[in-house]
Every structure is written in C-alpha cells, then in structure tokens.
Design a protein around this ligand. Structure first.
Ligand code: ATP
Length: 316
C-alpha cells in the first residue's frame, strides 16, 4: 500500500530554449504539480500513488511511462476513452530565471477527473492524501473529486495536505476562495506561499499572524508558509518555526514549491520534528531551483547531502 496518494492533472511539457515564436527545437517531458510531488517523494524512497486521467494518446502514454519509470504507482490512473486529449504546456525562458508558460489544457482528459476516478485510489488507507488548489479549478467534476477525496480521507484518519497553488489563469481569487475554503475543514496540513495565504482567509485583509490563528481555529493543524528565497515558516498551536532557504544559484524556479512539499511530506513520513521537516523541504526545493526542469533535478535520499559539498566538487 502506498504511503501517499495524490491526484491532479499531469500534462505533456514542451520546453523551448528561447522565444517560442522563433521556432526551433523543443524538449518533451511532463509537468503537473501533484506528479512533481509524487516524483519527489518516490526519489526519496517513499511509496506514492498518482491517480488522475490522461488522454488515450501518445502524450498520455508518455506521462504514465515517466511516472512508472520514477517508481510512482499508476495502477489507479485512468486513460480517457471519450477522445479528450492529454493537456499540454509550453515553456520559454525569457530573461534569466523568468519563464513564460503557455497552457493548452481546456477540455483535457486531466480536467475531466471525477470522484469515481479517485476514491478507489484511497481505499488502501495511505498515511497522506496530497491535493493542490489547481485541481478544483479545472472543472466541476475535478472540484468534486478534490472535495470527496478530502472528506473521505479526513473520515478515515488519513492526513490531508493541501497546497493552495493559486493559478490566476484558471480562476479569479474570489472563485478560488469560494471553492477552496470548504476544503479547510478537511485539511490537516495547509501549504501556501505568502501571497496565497489571504485566499484561504474569511477576511483576506487580516495580517499574517491573525490569518494563521483563524486557520488553526478552523481545524488546520499545521500551516506552512513559503517565502521564496527567504525560506519558509511552519505555524502550529505551539507557535511558529522559521527556516531560511538554502543558498543555491537559481537556474529555474518552476517546481520549487512542489519540491518543497515533497521534502516536507518526506520529513513528516519519517516522523521528523518541524525544524527537520522544514530543513528537508528547503533542501529539496533548492535542488529544484538549482537545476533545469520542474522535477528532473529532484534528489534521491543519498543526494540530499550534496548541497553541503563545496561548489566545484567532482563526485568520483
Ligand atoms: P512555484 O509555484 O514556483 O513552484 P512557490 O511560489 O510555490 O513556487 P516559493 O516560495 O517561491 O514557492 O519557493 C518554495 C521554496 O523554494 C522556498 O520556501 C525556498 O525554500 C525555495 N526557494 C525558492 N526560491 C529560492 C532561491 N532563489 N534560492 C533558494 N531556495 C529557493
């Protein structure tokens, strides 16, 4: 049985080396917030299941093959038989670490995910269910799937982790608040970046400590706030714990948040205390920031110590 179950939309990702409008060659890979977390956890040695829908097409086969190659259980993934395609995104580096992403996901197989698709994946009783706020933005059935999974997991005593992951291209902040706030009463571990936190609050203008207090009062056990290059903070009823980010030359920031979640959940699964969960999280995030691709550079357990080695070290 898996330690962690997650689901969401995973797309094919085409990566350019320069401006897309100039053409040229693209590299083909896959991308999806939840599958990034799944790969990160699998690399660290945890048993992870990814559920969700892909198209009955070559890009869907690529997604499933890649996940399997990374050791992620795809036994509950569904291949859509209604002709919906696998979603697609294109990335182009523009300036330094500033990257532009274009999505082709409307009407995709991944956005048609439903409660009946995902609930069976939870039946084996994992320790953690990981959701992101992207899934409920994809469609009504996807929003139902997230709510049903969170409700079922909560009732079964499975730890529910929600990463807010607000995507302004998919919905407005008001819509997101309306749909995501009902998930709070089912959430044990809430992860948000500083600018996403107001989305989860009844009073969006509350200051951070007041906001956190209201989330803890609503039943969230642990609120983790990501602060980019400044690190992260975990807040519980016992107080707040800060952790600075690891020093690393930033190459590609996309996927840092997902890598952070993988590290954090890995610490949780190992029974680590909050400072050690945060340490693992900022370490895995630094690998995502310091390497190209959303998930390709994520560390195995053996590699976590590489960040402590001096720059220029050759490993023989
Ligand atoms: P994204 O959505 O782009 O994946 P995010 O907005 O969810 O990211 P951030 O707060 O930007 O999340 O980054 C998550 C974590 O990644 C931070 O808490 C930090 O540990 C690490 N991180 C981000 N930027 C840097 C950086 N420049 N150097 C080192 N670590 C970084």
């Amino acid at each position: 049985a898996p330690d962690v179950v997650t689901f969401g939309e995973t797309m094919a990702a085409l990566r350019a080396n320069g401006p897309l409008r100039l053409g040229g060659s693209l590299g083909l890979s896959m991308a999806g917030a939840e599958s990034n977390v799944a790969v990160g956890l699998a690399r660290l040695g945890h048993r992870v299941r990814w559920a969700g829908r892909v198209g009955a097409d070559e890009l869907g086969a690529l997604v499933l093959r890649t996940l399997r190659a990374e050791g992620v259980d795809t036994g509950y993934a569904i291949t859509d038989d209604s002709g919906r395609p696998t979603g697609l995104l294109l990335t182009e580096p523009r300036l330094g670490t500033l990257t532009r992403v274009s999505y082709y996901r409307a009407g995709s197989a991944g956005s048609a995910v439903s409660p009946a698709d995902v609930l069976p994946a939870l039946a084996s009783g994992p320790r953690v269910l990981h959701l992101t706020g992207i899934t409920p933005a994809l469609s009504a059935s996807a929003a139902e799937a997230a709510l049903a999974a969170a409700t079922t997991a909560r009732e079964a005593g499975i730890t529910v982790c929600l990463d807010v992951n607000y995507r302004s291209r998919l919905w407005s902040a008001d819509r997101a608040r309306t749909v995501l706030r009902p998930l709070l009463s089912r959430t044990d571990l809430l992860i948000a970046s500083e600018d996403e936190l107001p989305l989860m609050l009844e009073r969006p203008d509350a200051d951070e400590s007041e906001g956190v207090k209201s989330l803890l009062a609503a039943g969230v056990r642990e609120v983790v706030i990501k602060r980019g290059a400044r690190g992260a903070t975990t807040c519980t009823a016992d107080g707040a714990t800060d952790r600075p980010a690891r020093q690393v030359d930033a190459v590609d920031l996309v996927g840092a948040g997902d890598a952070f979640v993988a590290g954090y959940l890995s610490g949780l699964l190992h029974g680590a205390d909050i400072p050690d969960r945060l340490h693992r999280a900022v370490t895995t995030a630094a690998f995502a920031v310091g390497t190209r691709g959303d998930w390709e550079g994520l560390p195995t357990e053996d590699e976590l110590g590489l960040l402590d080695r001096p720059d220029g070290t050759t490993i023989r």
